[in-house]
Design a protein around this ligand. Structure first.
Ligand code: HAM
Length: 430
């Protein structure tokens, strides 16, 4: 074994699994387009302040999970992106996108980094697909991103997922609620853990998110944000629920749902999978009207979006047997040479087939004919094309169908004709 292993919390994706990723990514790309979203790619690292301001200094992500580094002693601190929303909003403001059109619908499939303790479904490098609807916030907009997310799950054949929704109101609602929480938690001060004590001062809402069972017990009796909402927020939430119902999207209202990032207002949501164990959140999102201002934008940029963890999505699909029908095919034809003297003839034939658009493979390791045939079967080639002295002399080749074992003798043009025929082309998506 090599002395080097993949870093803890990271993993390699080999071809068989990569085919599953490509399949899921294909559905994401086509459904995102269907809903009018266009792809955005942003840098893997950003200035650290972007995340501190955007996600919130008292969140776990910013407090303990960021990979932060200083490129040079005088340089500004940089951080590997732990999520996409702050970077996408930064890009939108920087490019002044809203001056081009009032609404921008962007999606991504991207790698992210969080210094969490690795366990099943929790990695230090992971991927998300997500969408951000920037420039307008309304029940219709948040319902649109939720519907896109749920349609991706549905198209992939997933079942048994649970969508939980909540409303967090606006800033004024949360300020009133914050005071109520501080009042509620004050008598418990001595029993709260250190992190919660700190949060009590700076951001008591974060205490609701605590994973500590002792704190959770106290949280159970805490006042509910819903009771502090003003009329507009309540009606806004009802409209979101109306859209979900109209589209047949099942949901549960969970007034304890606060999410792990500070930028949310009004609707927030999360989807869990019972297939996943402790790390059961497969995706989440909500509305984040205040983020742009937090990032220094001179104007309001209302927005909403979601992100889904690709690894957790794929794990759930695997558990539900949804990759069984995915049968990655090998090359159309494997060129087999009878002896190594004919290797160059074989290479030239393979080149001509590939130029003709036919998926072709050939041995490059000077293996015996038997070993070449074994390889053709291992990689699930559909045909083997034999190159022997007679074939080279006459220009007529034996083409063997590896499924039916039928064999025919043909010129190279004849071979191309057969392998390019519409049915084969359709089958192999040539
Ligand atoms: P988040 O809830 O932090 O939201 O992450 C979304 C999803 O990413 C999670 O539900 C989970 O599936 C996956 N995930 C998070 N951390 C890890 C990890 N360490 N290993 C594996 N998967 C993980 C956001 O990131 C927001 N930016 C979502 C959003 C977009 N809100 C508005 N727009």
């Amino acid at each position: 074994m090599s002395q080097y292993q993949a870093v803890k919390g990271t993993r390699d994706i080999f071809p068989e699994e990569a085919a599953q990723w490509k399949y899921v990514e294909g559905i994401v790309h086509s459904l995102a387009s269907l809903y009018g979203f266009s792809e955005i790619r942003t840098p893997v690292f950003e200035y650290t302040e972007l995340f501190q301001r955007g996600i919130g200094a008292t969140t776990d992500i910013v407090g303990k999970e960021m990979f932060t580094f200083q490129p040079d002693p005088k340089g500004r601190s940089l951080t590997l992106r732990p999520e996409m929303t702050a970077g996408v909003m930064r890009a939108a403001i920087q490019k002044n996108l809203l001056s081009l059109a009032p609404v921008h619908k962007l999606y991504y499939i991207s790698e992210l980094f969080r210094k969490e303790r690795p366990q099943a479904g929790r990695q230090r490098q992971f991927s998300q697909f997500g969408a951000e609807l920037i420039g307008v916030s309304s029940p219709a907009a948040v319902a649109e991103v939720m519907t896109l997310m749920m349609q991706v799950f549905e198209s992939l054949g997933l079942h048994g997922l649970k969508l939980r929704v909540n409303t967090l109101g606006d800033t004024a609602d949360r300020l009133r609620y914050r005071e109520a929480l501080q009042g509620y938690f004050a008598p418990y001060h001595s029993v709260l853990d250190e992190a919660s004590k700190e949060r009590l001062e700076k951001n008591p809402l974060r205490i609701l998110d605590s994973k500590n069972p002792a704190v959770q017990e106290i949280v159970a009796g805490a006042p509910k944000l819903y009771d502090y909402l003003h009329e507009v927020a309540v009606r806004d939430f009802e409209k979101v629920l109306f859209y979900l119902e109209e589209r047949g999207i099942a949901y549960e209202i969970d007034h304890r749902l606060v999410r792990g990032l500070d930028y949310y207002c009004y609707t927030a949501f999360e989807v869990t999978s019972s297939e996943l164990g402790a790390q059961d959140a497969i995706g989440g999102g909500g509305r984040y009207d205040g983020l742009a201002r937090e990032l220094g934008s001179s104007s309001e940029v209302p927005a909403s979006g979601f992100a889904v963890g690709m690894e957790r999505l794929l794990m759930t699909m695997e558990k539900q047997g949804l990759f069984a029908a995915l049968n990655p095919h090998g090359p159309v034809v494997y060129v087999v040479v009878q002896s190594q003297e004919l290797a160059d003839n074989g290479l030239q034939v393979a080149y001509r087939l590939r130029k003709a658009g036919i998926m072709t493979d050939i041995d490059l390791a000077a293996r015996s004919m038997k070993a070449q045939m074994r390889e053709a079967n291992r990689i699930r080639a559909s045909y083997a094309l034999f190159i022997g002295t007679t074939e080279v002399e006459t220009g007529l080749y034996s083409l063997k169908n590896l499924v039916t074992s039928e064999q025919t003798t043909l010129s190279l043009e004849g071979v191309m004709e057969i392998l390019r025929e519409p049915a084969a082309k359709e089958f192999y998506k040539l």
